[in-house]
Design a protein around this ligand. Structure first.
Ligand code: 5GP
Ligand code: ZN
Length: 112
């Protein structure tokens, strides 16, 4: 499958990893939008939020169980934002479910 994030999981494309376990991987975004910009992805290929179901939602739960520690270890000392883009209107560019953690500064109020 021609998925850039599956290739990162497989180690075929390098990434700046900040957390990894058997289910999930977190790494720095290549084009950061804030001082802290980390992507958290499931190690199973789920295309987007639309692909979450009762069979794979444990990956999503596991991601959110780990987000507070990942965010703090990455340098978010005063809060952070978690975003996932789903589909065309949201401008999802990589079709492998991912959650952006943004922080390290006071973020703009406007999200859309
Ligand atoms: P989306 O627009 O799909 O929500 O976000 C995709 C994100 O993946 C973008 O912020 C983009 O900078 C990041 N990205 C795309 N390709 C790579 C890559 O090869 N390595 C890393 N670390 N980030 C990537
Ligand atoms: Zn993938």
């Amino acid at each position: 499958m021609d998925c850039i994030f599956c290739k990162i999981i497989a180690g075929e494309i390098p990434s700046a990893k900040v957390y990894e376990d058997d289910k999930i991987l977190a790494f720095k975004d290549i084009n950061p939008m804030a001082p802290v910009h980390v992507l958290v992805i499931p190690k199973e290929h789920i295309p987007s939020c639309d692909g979450i179901n009762s069979e794979n939602s444990s990956y999503v739960a596991h991601i959110f169980e780990n987000i507070p520690a990942i965010a703090k270890a990455a340098g978010c000392t005063n809060g952070y934002r978690v975003i996932t883009n789903c589909g065309e209107d949201a401008k999802q560019s990589v079709k492998h479910l991912h959650f952006h953690i943004l922080g390290g500064k006071s973020l703009p109020e406007n999200m859309g």
